[in-house]
Write a protein that binds this ligand. Structure first.
Ligand code: C2E
Ligand code: CA
Ligand code: CA
Length: 707
């Protein structure tokens, strides 16, 4: 049976916020990693391009240095002149060749004539054949350099397995330049030796700089260009990957920071989520507490009203709903006899049976001690649901080893136009009231007559109030005679009300007086009249009816004792008649009042015995001085069975040592039979109808009929 209420979108706000925070945080962490990686790459790039330009600069400066050396030696008056002499080879050896053995500015040289023919050449101080060592490209370069106004021509060559920078320049005088001619050419070599490369590496901060013949794939390099415009070799060095190294260096810290961040975030999210769950739990617990009965787990009154409103207001509920109000019988007695623990368990059992009693229930509720409610769908016959519920509760309950039988009364009302939850409850309640009136174990549907009856009763109640105030209540007295000799031994006082429209039966106005609280005033009037009557009739007992409401009122015993005291009336002449219902419903209060009043000499009669459930148990729990057999037992005397029941009942009373009064004796036969089975006292129209006090005196003291 669904009793959930629609959750609204606000419930999703907090989870969405948590998810949003989580996503943003993850995005930020991701971006941080990306940015750091990009920074590393950029740093790599910057460092690589710096290194490349340093390498270019290094090559350029080597060229410049060679060019400067060449300029110094080729534009030289003395050398120019010496080349014209026979001794030119001697000059070349002394001034250049021998020096080249160990000189830091050049490692070798060659002198060629203007046609490129070799005059002489030295490498590391040793004469060598430069043309065959360097090849035809060298000759081309030398020829090209033969004109004096050309700047030095410098190219890279392979020389004896190593790499050399080779620069050529026309040998020319400082001054008196001969016009338009071609000159001898001085070519100088600078070998790329490991020590030279090392010094470049350290000067230009290019660690691990080296020469390679082919362009390396995994290293950075600059080409060294030969005279044909093609690379002869490469200056290569490994990239430092500064950015990567930097990144690698910060990575542990970054990873640590991210982990800490992650833990913080997870903690925050977890804490937030836990808090959220706790809040939700609290809220739903509070909601549950506000709408549910903790004992039975069903809806409470509040929850029922909300559920009813939801059903009546919603589209599904438009078809209507039938509300059944259920009032348990005898639950109070179980509580009082076996204690609250058993009572609580019983409530749980009752709830379980009700919930399962019919398949078309929408919800069940419990409010008040022993009141339940069921709501059934409009599709099913409400009387069927009520019967199912009554049937379910009829089976005996076995709780904590005790078997108890519980009945119920049910009133139900169905949804109709313009009927809201409260009106529906009121109507069902009205029907329940009617069902209870009709006796235990009944169900009743609400009808609009009930409202009318209710109004009529309200009117009657008002009339009774006026009647009591205006001293309109009369009391009639009916004799009680001894079965043995027919002597009048007592009277029963009976309230009488004659309204302008005619007499109203006590069966109508007594229950109304009980419900409205007027019974206290009525009871007091009857008591006072009875005392007045009894004072005028010495020697007989006076029996007065006491309703449960009166008996259970906390000050009943005290007030009664005070009245007797005030009237100086002997309590031993007073018999109070009580019905068994009160013994079940309020055993504690009943016992308190009965004990207190018996202590001052007042006697008690159990009225209407034989109509209800009063058992030997009840009779031995409470002490009674009289047992009044109901007149239905007398009416049943016609049958064999009825006679058997009556004689058995009298025997029972005998065994308990309680004198019996039989009510409703209307015929001589009845009286004869009753006397025969051993009844001690009789009362009924046969002996005398209830009459006003004035009429009583005319009755004979000794009932001839009894004789
Ligand atoms: P009850 O206490 O059982 O009273 C006996 C009822 O049986 C009386 O009805 C009486 O008139 C009627 N009765 C007596 N003899 C016969 C008979 O031979 N045949 C028939 N058919 N009936 C007989 P009544 O006066 O209508 O009272 C009805 C009930 O109202 C009483 O039943 C009692 O429970 C209640 N009642 C009457 N007066 C008072 C009162 O002052 N206080 C309280 N609390 N209840 C009262
Ligand atoms: Ca009575
Ligand atoms: Ca009676």
């Amino acid at each position: 049976m669904p009793d959930k209420y629609v959750r609204d979108w606000r419930n999703w706000l907090a989870p969405a916020a948590i998810a949003g925070t989580l996503i943003v945080a993850l995005l930020l962490a991701f971006l941080l990693v990306i940015v750091l990686e990009a920074m590393g790459d950029k740093a790599n790039e910057i460092d690589d391009s710096r290194a490349a330009s340093a390498a270019h600069t290094a090559v350029l400066s080597l060229r410049r240095r060679l060019s400067g050396t060449l300029e110094d030696n080729a534009v030289w008056q003395e050398a120019f002149e010496a080349m014209k002499a026979e001794t030119r080879k001697e000059w070349i050896r002394t001034n250049w060749g021998s020096i080249s053995a160990d000189y830091q500015l050049y490692d070798g040289l060659a002198v060629t004539d203007s046609e490129g023919r070799l005059i002489d050449a030295y490498l590391k101080g040793v004469e060598f054949d430069a043309v065959s060592a360097l090849g035809p490209d060298f000759v081309k370069q030398a020829i090209a350099a033969a004109t004096p106004d050309k700047p030095p021509i410098i190219n890279v060559f392979r020389l004896n397995g190593s790499i050399a920078m080779v620069g050529s320049r026309a040998l020319q005088p400082h001054r008196n330049m001969p016009p338009g001619g071609r000159f001898d050419v001085l070519t100088m070599f600078r070998l790329a030796t490991p020590s030279m490369i090392d010094s470049v590496a350290s000067d230009y901060f290019l660690p691990n700089l080296h020469l390679t013949a082919v362009k390396p794939a995994s290293e950075l390099s600059v080409p060294l260009i030969g005279s044909n415009g093609q690379p002869v070799a490469y200056l290569a060095w490994p990239g430092r990957n500064l950015g990567t190294r930097l990144y690698d260096e910060v990575r542990p810290a970054l990873t640590g920071a991210l982990i800490v961040f992650g833990i913080l975030l997870a903690t925050a999210v977890f804490a937030g989520y836990a808090e959220l769950l706790a809040l939700r739990r609290l809220a739903s617990a509070a909601d549950r507490e506000a709408t549910h009965d903790p004992l039975s787990g069903l809806l409470n009154r509040n929850g029922m009203i909300r559920a009813l409103q939801a059903h009546l207001g919603s589209a599904v509920g438009r078809g209507g709903v039938t509300l059944h109000l259920i009032d348990l019988d005898g639950f109070k007695a179980v509580n009082d006899t076996w204690g609250h623990l058993v009572g609580d368990e019983l409530i749980g059992e009752v709830a379980a049976r009700l919930v399962a009693c019919h398949p078309e229930l929408q919800f069940a509720a419990r409010f008040g001690g022993d009141e339940f409610a069921l709501a059934s769908r409009p599709c099913c016959d409400p009387s069927e649901v009520a019967d199912a519920a009554l049937q379910a509760l009829k089976e005996p309950f076995v709780v904590a080893g005790h078997t108890s039988e519980i009945g119920a009364s049910i009133g139900y009302a169905s949804h109709a136009p313009n009927v809201d939850a409260f009106e529906l409850i009121r109507r069902a309640d009205m029907a329940l009231y009617g069902a209870k009136e009709a006796g235990r174990g009944q169900s009743l549907a609400y009808t609009s007559d009930m409202d009318r009856d209710r109004e009529a009763l309200a009117e009657l109640e008002e009339q009774m109030r006026l009647m009591l105030d205006s001293d309109g209540l009369a009391v009639a007295f009916q004799p009680v005679v001894s079965a043995a000799n027919g002597a009048v031994v007592g009277v029963e006082a009976l309230a009488r009300w004659t309204a302008p429209e005619g007499p109203i039966s006590p069966d109508v106005f007594i229950p109304l007086a009980e419900k409205s609280g007027l019974i206290f005033k009525l009871g007091q009037i009857v008591l006072e009249r009875s005392i007045g009557f009894a004072k005028a009739q010495p020697g007989i007992d006076i029996a007065v009816n006491v309703s449960p409401t009166q008996l259970c009122a906390p000050d009943f015993a005290e007030a009664l004792a005070a009245t007797l005291e005030r009237e100086s009336f002997d309590p031993r002449r007073l018999i109070l008649e009580v019905t068994e219902g009160v013994l079940f419903d309020s055993p504690t209060q009943a016992r308190r009042a009965i004990d207190a009043l018996r202590a001052i000499g007042i006697r008690f009669a159990l009225d209407d015995f034989g109509t209800g459930y009063a058992s030997i148990g009840t009779l031995s729990h409470f002490t009674f001085d009289r047992l009044k057999l109901d007149r239905s037992l007398v009416q049943a005397l016609e049958s064999e069975k009825g006679r058997a029941v009556l004689s058995a009942t009298v025997s029972l009373a005998d065994a308990l040592d309680i004198p019996v009064i039989v009510e409703g004796v209307e015929t001589a036969e009845q009286a004869g039979y009753l006397r025969q089975v051993g009844c001690q006292f009789m009362q009924g129209y046969y002996f005398g109808r209830p009459v006003p006090a004035e009429a009583f005196d005319s009755l004979p003291r000794q009932m001839a009929r009894a004789g």
